[in-house]
Write a protein that binds this ligand. Sequence first.
Ligand SMILES: [Zn+2]
Length: 167
Amino acid sequence: MDVLVLSEAWQPLGRHTWKGVIPDVIGGRVEVLATYADRSIKTPSENIPMPSVVRFTTGYGFCQHVISSTRPTRGDIWRRDNGECQYCGTSLSRKAFTVDHVHPESKGGPWSWTNLTTACAPCDNYKDNKSLTEAGMHLFTDPVKPDHIGISSWRRGMPTQWKRFLL
Ligand SMILES: [Zn+2]
């Protein structure tokens, strides 16, 4: 389950895995604003409710670390790209898309917002392990990391607890 992370100023910073957030919860660097009612996490001393929304209480400098470590999911990439292949424009369902490493994974391209794009299977197969130049392909939009306004438009499929923090 993912956790919505807010800054000290209540600005949505991104989503993070619960495992990535737990050390900050236990360390008291974030306050938990909402939890998943039906889930809990076993720690050596107790069961704690699984956080759904957290807010940093220690300022912006530390938040920057979380923003840069927020790893997009496959679904995040698809949502950002409106479910369209960024090479040919084909509309793709949640079940029929691939995530392409723009700079190939085999050549050190990372799994990151700025190196991943939505692709259809034919484009992905054609591009294979080539760079854009080698493949002679172009992207409709350059992959970017969404700002908090982008995140607020991802309402669909979000845990209900998040909604009131993203108005
Ligand atoms: Zn395509």
